[in-house]
Design a protein around this ligand. Structure first.
Ligand code: GLN
Length: 496
């Protein structure tokens, strides 16, 4: 088996026992990127020199017998809305096309301190606004299971990188599904932690009350290893939670005998693929067969979740994106007056979806409309949170779909924003409630596309989610399936 086919946990073990060097590991992933990425375009910026340098440094430290982090030498890919010092961070936007941050996000400092080589920055929908990675100002990323389909979004690049062995692990961000939905469409595991569990310092703000950084991995254990590194209190993020973090990566066996699982009954959701419903139902039966108590749960307010989200998120975005005026950051156009310069900079720098959000958000916040839209949406958000509190009185874990359909075709929803918004319908209420939520592969459609399950737990119960993901992994044979990539020259691989 080639190095790029190994899990992060196995690479960590092989590095620690000096079976392989970090430079060898990095090289294997760089070769894989060279082979695969031209077809799928998961990366915006590749950093081979930096990755090899950092691999070499780790090898030298290991040779000297220094105590180093278990993930030292295991490479990682990073979504391009997470600030990296001296390395371009574009948010897949023309307005930040040449922006080089003068500082590292807290998660990046942690990764560098641990000695994880960064392979590059991954593609996304512009400013993480979208569900297909087609809103990238540069190019769409393609789904490795069928390159005519989308990988989901907005963390599409991170999901594709991990699904295809271009990176063993990746960081993504999830505001309203941006880790879970692409993970589901690409057949990998994606965790959105509790709001405040992972520092947002250095994550370029989209909707600050919803944004969270999280992990993309092939296995639950790998996700746990990365979580152990990036989670925790950060004084630089005022919404960071002070609670101690558990050891996410040990004791991942799920105690099914004492587990109450609520199977989510979706209300008025249009366009739900029956194969998705079937996969979720089978997953519930599997839990029941192994001793869990399974009942139905309805979250009555979820019907309003999408509407509330698409007022709250654009409102926050309209304010957060006010800073891109051509003066302080990035791209700057010219004009006869300051106003003309502002308006040309923003007109040329932002893509259509970002402009749509800014307009909706500005409208929803303006005098006379605030009460009718923003305030009402915030009230709905409170009611949604209460729905979850009620559900968690009866259940420890909620089980549902991570996306209403498997991957859709490129271009299928770009002309109809509402259809695009509907593809996050399963993910959005967890975000509004601030609870942790995870997508894990559940099965395949008749045409061979991955279908994801979504698991949701009480605040700070990420470990329970990882245990449940591990349970589903153990039920699958093989535990993780890679796309075959027949369209690559010489044919692709492979299963691990
Ligand atoms: N697709 C959703 C949106 O467009 C969620 C995006 C995200 O989580 N960043 O807002």
């Amino acid at each position: 088996m080639r190095l790029y086919e190994q899990t992060a946990a196995d690479l960590s073990r092989m590095l620690q026992s000096r079976e392989v060097s970090s430079v060898e590991v990095v090289r294997s992933f760089l070769e894989r990127i060279n082979e695969v990425d031209p077809h799928l375009k998961a990366f915006i910026t590749q950093t081979p020199v930096m990755a090899l340098d950092s691999g070499g440094e780790i090898d030298a430290r290991r040779m000297r017998g220094e105590t180093i982090h278990p993930l030292a030498g295991v490479p990682v890919a990073v979504k391009d809305n997470i600030s990296t010092m001296d390395l371009r961070t574009t948010c897949a936007s023309r307005i930040l096309e040449n922006y080089i941050p003068p500082f590292d996000a807290t998660v990046i400092s942690a990764i560098k301190k641990a000695g994880m080589p960064i392979l590059g920055k991954t593609n996304l929908d512009e400013f993480a606004m979208g569900s297909s990675t087609e809103n990238s100002a540069f190019y769409p990323t393609r789904n490795p299971w069928d390159p005519e389909r989308v990988p989901g979004g907005s963390s599409g690049g991170s999901a594709v990188a991990v699904a295809t062995g271009m990176a063993p692990l990746a960081l993504g961000s999830d505001t309203g599904g941006s880790i879970r939905q692409p993970a589901s469409l690409c057949g990998v595991t994606g965790l959105r932690p509790t709001y405040g569990r992972v520092s947002r310092y250095g994550l370029v703000a989209f909707a600050s009350s919803l944004d969270q950084i999280g992990t993309v991995s092939t296995t639950a254990l790998d996700g746990a290893l990365l979580m152990s590194l990036v989670a925790g209190y950060d004084p630089l993020d005022s919404t960071s939670l002070p609670d101690q973090i558990p050891d996410y990566s040990t004791g991942l066996e799920l105690d099914l005998k004492n587990l109450r699982v609520g199977l989510i009954r979706y209300g008025r959701v249009e366009g739900f693929d029956p194969q998705v419903t079937e996969t979720v139902t089978q997953a519930a039966s599997l839990l029941e067969e192994h001793g869990a108590e399974v009942g139905e749960v309805s979250l009555p307010l979820t019907d309003y979740g999408l509407s509330a989200y698409y007022l709250i998120a654009p409102s926050e975005a309209s304010s957060n994106l006010g800073r891109y005026d051509g003066v302080r950051y990035g791209f700057c156009s010219d004009g006869d007056s300051v106003e003309a310069m502002f308006s040309r900079t923003r007109g040329e720098g932002f893509g259509p979806e970002v402009k749509r959000r800014i307009m909706i958000g500005t409208y929803a916040l303006s005098a006379g409309y605030y009460d009718a839209y923003y305030l009402k949406a915030m009230k709905v958000r409170t009611l949604i949170r209460r729905d979850y509190e009620q559900a968690f009185k009866k259940f420890d874990l909620l089980l549902g779909a991570a996306s209403p359909t498997p991957a859709f075709k490129l271009g299928e929803k770009t002309e109809d924003p509402l259809q695009m918004y509907l593809s996050d319908v399963c993910n959005i209420t967890d975000s509004l409630a601030g609870v942790p939520s995870l997508a894990v592969p559940g099965g395949f459609s008749s045409s061979g596309l991955p279908i994801g399950l979504q698991l949701t737990a009480r605040p700070l119960q990420e470990k329970l989610l990882l245990k449940a993901a591990r349970f589903f992994e153990e039920q699958r044979q093989p535990a993780f399936l890679r796309p075959r990539l027949e369209y690559l020259e010489g044919g692709g691989s492979n299963e691990i």
